[in-house]
Design a protein around this ligand. Structure first.
Ligand SMILES: CC(C)(COP(=O)(O)OP(=O)(O)OC[C@H]1O[C@@H](n2cnc3c(N)ncnc32)[C@H](O)[C@@H]1OP(=O)(O)O)[C@@H](O)C(=O)NCCC(=O)NCCS
Length: 153
């Protein structure tokens, strides 16, 4: 498996991964190529978006890290990072998320980020377990949501 920075050439495969997650989870959300480009590749608040690619060059998943800006919809403090992780269901529990987080953490450190927020559905047991395993702890619980934080330094 290779971890590298996402490029616009990955957008179609990233969209495929999002659609597979939507199909498996039943949680409806945007997943088209235009959304991927705007949200993950061309996002001006982006610090790093990493993709995980298999030995046979298949995109397994990706993780984005953006900088919280004033008025962000997650109410995350200015200057923190906001993380999002999307691994295709056929690649779960193989260490892909863990490998991606190593890259995101290095990017957060290089960017001088003091803390990283993860905004997770309260019913998403897998997401909650994953971020807990990566060292995130719960700091805020709006209705139906759990916000976890990873503090650097
Ligand atoms: C949550 C998600 C990112 C985890 O990615 P992953 O590549 O499967 O995770 P890893 O294999 O790197 O697992 C790392 C650790 O997380 C924990 N973990 C991951 N999946 C888990 C599960 N289903 N149950 C319990 N613990 C789990 C474990 O501690 C695991 O370590 P271990 O396998 O050595 O026990 C992935 O399931 C996913 O993308 N799901 C759909 C989208 C989503 O829910 N995103 C996150 C919340 S917004």
């Amino acid at each position: 498996m290779l971890i590298r920075a996402a490029t616009s050439a990955d957008a179609a495969e990233m969209s495929r991964v999002l659609r597979a997650i939507i199909a498996a989870s039943g949680r409806e959300r945007p997943g088209d190529i235009a959304f991927v480009l705007a949200q993950y590749i061309d996002n001006f608040t982006g610090i790093r978006c990493s993709v995980a690619v298999s030995d046979s060059n298949r995109l397994l998943g990706f993780q984005s890290l953006v900088r919280a800006t004033p008025g962000n919809r997650y109410h995350v403090p200015d200057g923190w990072g906001i993380i999002g992780t999307h691994i295709g269901p056929d690649a779960h529990r193989q260490g892909v998320g863990k490998a991606l987080f190593a890259a995101s953490l290095a990017a957060a450190t290089a960017a001088g980020i003091e803390a990283i927020d993860a905004y997770i559905g309260a019913d998403n047991a897998t997401g909650l377990a994953y971020y807990a395993a990566m060292g995130f702890t719960t700091y805020h619980k709006p209705p139906g949501i759990v916000q976890k934080v990873y503090r650097l330094g």
